[in-house]
Unconditional design. Structure first.
Length: 430
């Protein structure tokens, strides 16, 4: 008798297997578009994190998560043998690839022969695809421990090219913006983009990048561009009691104070120092602050430090409440697609200061929807802060324009039926 996990909710209906980060809110948000759609949906979680305990989507887990096998969870590494296999996999140095695994198998073959299930996430994925036979395999991201290249390697090694239509969803600007210039990545990028059935992107610039690599624009799905989260619930965020920016307390929300390849925090700290005499008094909420940035933060004048509230990670609902209260969203970056936080700020009525990246300029205009400031230029960020904190007419006019725009380009209510129809057409072969 088949276990409850293997019993589909909608027998005979299309099957979609997603491959991606199980703990990512972007992963959950996109997949949740398909709730109650009569599509059978499962997630193969990459070995880097755990899904939310109460998330009802059937998930194959390849990480050490404290979630028992159940109607919605199936673990690769379970029991004492599972623990042994997991740690052997990690110490092998494979790092999410299978090339080094044969060395470990030979070294530990006396222990491994006792294990009665696939030994690696790669082998587990191949088994899942062969047994469940999904109609669509949708990889959520290309690089950075996400699904695209991981699945490409499994597909090639286990001869799975004929198993379902492969949809590759690019993540914002991070997948292609820099790596398309790197000789070490160009070949694998071209192979993945060529071999998948269709590509989804949240911005038009990725289409240009792909074309420069020899990938025709027709390879992109008809629903592209579409937000990587599937959009936002505009009506929920834009509640009737939401105040205009000029009516709110003088609060600035800086959501990611981290030194990353995609964004730099130190220039923003300097911008706050430069702008302070012209924007104080105000309160600044600084989120996801890393130790390095915290060290530099301590060099700011005491008056600025006392006006800042530092956070690491906060629950999503608390973040959205802060966004609904803030006058400004401060989010310059170096690389991005169209960030979901921009759409959220537009719905919440918080005025965005953001960088003039090509991906973003396709959607918003300077002084119409946002103020542009480049991430590496503290004086530009400082000038934008001063204008946005003191020009009530500008921020209120932009808030009105932004609410209209976000309803047009990122409203989850109209995106959902389009995405469902898209998957159904894939299965029909249209």
């Amino acid at each position: 008798m088949r276990d409850s996990f293997e019993q589909d909710f909608y027998p005979g209906k299309p099957k979609i297997l997603f491959i991606g980060l199980p703990h990512s809110t972007h992963t959950a948000s996109w997949i949740d578009l398909l709730a109650d759609s009569e599509l059978n949906v499962r997630l193969f979680g990459m070995p880097h994190g755990c899904p939310p305990v109460d998330w009802p989507v059937k998930t194959y887990i390849t990480f050490l998560c404290n979630q028992a096998n159940s109607a919605t969870r199936k673990n690769l590494y379970r029991g004492i043998f599972g623990l042994i296999a997991y740690y052997l996999y990690k110490i092998s140095g494979a790092k999410l690839t299978w090339q080094h695994w044969p060395v470990v198998v030979e070294k530990y073959k006396r222990i491994i022969h006792l294990l009665k299930f696939p030994l690696t996430p790669e082998a587990f994925l191949a088994k899942v695809i062969r047994q469940w036979q999904p109609d669509v395999i949708h990889t959520l991201g290309l690089f950075d421990l996400q699904g695209g290249i991981f699945y490409h390697d499994v597909r090639e090694r286990y001869d799975l090219a004929g198993s379902g239509k492969w949809i590759l969803q690019l993540r914002g600007g991070s997948d292609l913006t820099l790596r398309r210039h790197d000789p070490g990545y160009v070949e694998i990028i071209q192979r993945v983009l060529s071999e998948c059935h269709q590509i989804i992107s949240d911005n038009l610039i990725n289409i240009e990048y792909a074309q420069a690599l020899g990938i025709p624009a027709e390879k992109f799905a008809p629903i592209a561009p579409v937000p990587g989260t599937g959009g936002i619930n505009v009506d929920l965020l834009a509640s009737s009691d939401t105040k205009m920016p000029s009516e709110r307390e003088r609060v600035i929300l800086w959501p990611k104070a981290s030194e990353l390849p995609w964004a730099k925090a130190i220039p923003i700290l300097e911008a706050i120092r430069l702008a302070w005499p012209r924007i104080s008094p105000c309160k600044i909420h600084i989120l996801q602050i890393t130790p390095e940035v915290r060290d530099w933060f301590r060099t700011l004048p005491e008056e600025i430090q006392q006006s800042c509230i530092l956070h690491e990670l906060i629950p999503r609902q608390q973040f959205l409440e802060l966004l609904q209260q803030a006058r400004l969203l401060l989010s310059p970056s170096l690389i991005d697609g169209i960030p979901n936080i921009l759409y959220e700020a537009m719905a919440c009525g918080s005025f965005p200061i953001i960088s003039p990246l090509d991906t973003i300029r396709c959607v918003v205009e300077d002084e119409v929807n946002v103020l542009f400031a480049r991430n590496l230029y503290p004086t530009e960020i400082a000038d934008a802060l001063v204008t946005a904190m003191n020009d009530d007419r500008l921020v209120d006019a932009c808030a009105k324009a932004n609410l209209k725009l976000v309803r047009k380009v990122a409203n989850r209510e109209w995106i959902r039926p389009q995405v469902i129809s898209y998957y159904e057409s894939l299965v029909r072969g249209n």
